[in-house]
Design a protein around this ligand. Structure first.
Ligand code: AMP
Ligand code: MN
Ligand code: MN
Ligand code: MN
Length: 283
């Protein structure tokens, strides 16, 4: 008797060289498939330009695919990430909204470089730029990779912990898109909105309530429960939030590179069985 059973594994959050991941979309598609992912989404930050390659490669290798994007939002003076799944990657309003959201990243990167120079680490703007696969998308991750390569820090996480975290000395805050516009763009492009890694935000309980209520009022329907950005206790905590608000649940590794990712592609624990998976209405 053949006891081998093909198991389902959704990984609906990861990054390629189009944003701050280290593998190109086609390479990532193949790695996802080899890692046992059966339903995949590439969700680069504020960018859709990797979608065509992801769609094509996924089709060629027989991997089920959902289009995706992770949009940077400012809500109550903090950055929140909203994932859009199943969007039309050529929707003009979404594409233009993302272009506006990316604008200002290059100048912000110059300012981060200046801060690092003042802290005794010169050349970081040029160094980070060399790590960025997309000149329109220089992120803090590229600075962190440069500072590790230059020998200042042992790993990317230590750079964030010491310098680049949201209240760190080298961080340059940005005014990203509004939650309202972001959800409107995603829904206008035929997608569903998902609050990414809610456990990462430093909101008070009241603010969290405000975020979930506002998101729901706008038509947002899902949150990430299982993500590489959550601790194991947070898997349970946000499963409870999904139940309380009636949100569907999503899961994704938030994979960027083999070195800096807590969960590797396809190594996700399953969603709690009573939650409705976000992909149920999408595939
Ligand atoms: P940016 O969009 O340039 O502000 O960079 C955000 C990216 O930096 C995120 O998508 C993560 O990849 C990474 N990041 C942000 N905060 C942290 C943190 N505290 N620890 C590790 N990585 C982080
Ligand atoms: Mn990232
Ligand atoms: Mn994120
Ligand atoms: Mn991400």
């Amino acid at each position: 008797m053949n006891t081998f059973v093909d198991s389902f594994c959704a990984d609906l959050h990861c990054h390629s060289t189009v944003s701050d991941g280290v593998f190109a979309p086609d390479d990532l598609a193949r790695r996802a498939k080899e890692s046992g992912v059966t339903l995949w989404s590439l969700t680069d930050h504020d960018e859709l330009s990797g979608q065509a390659m992801a769609i094509e490669t996924a089709r060629d290798i027989g991997l089920k695919y959902l289009t995706g994007v992770e949009i940077s939002v400012t809500w109550a003076h903090q950055t929140v990430h909203i994932v859009g799944l199943g969007v039309n990657p050529t929707d003009a309003t979404l594409v233009e909204g993302l272009r506006e959201t990316r604008a200002g990243r290059a100048q912000r990167a110059q300012r981060i470089g200046n801060r690092l120079a003042a802290l005794g680490m010169p050349g970081a703007f040029e160094g980070a730029s060399a790590f960025a696969g997309n000149p329109e998308l220089i992120s803090r991750t590229h600075f962190a990779r440069f500072l590790v390569q230059a020998g200042y820090f042992p790993n990317v996480q230590s750079v964030f912990d010491r310098l680049l975290k949201d209240d760190g000395p080298a961080h340059e805050p940005m005014q990203w898109a509004t939650l309202e516009a972001t959800v409107r763009w995603i829904h206008g492009a035929g997608g569903v909105s998902v609050i990414a890694h809610p456990g990462r935000y430093k909101y008070s309980q009241t603010q969290f309530g405000g975020l979930f209520d506002t998101f729901k009022d706008l038509g947002g329907s899902a949150i990430e429960v299982i993500t590489g950005s959550h601790t194991v206790p947070q898997f349970k905590e946000y499963a409870q939030v999904a139940r309380h608000y009636g949100f569907q649940a999503s899961c994704g590794s938030d994979f960027h590179s083999p070195e800096d990712s807590r969960i590797q592609l396809g190594s996700l624990p399953p969603l709690p069985a009573d939650l409705k998976p976000v992909w149920q209405d999408l595939v």
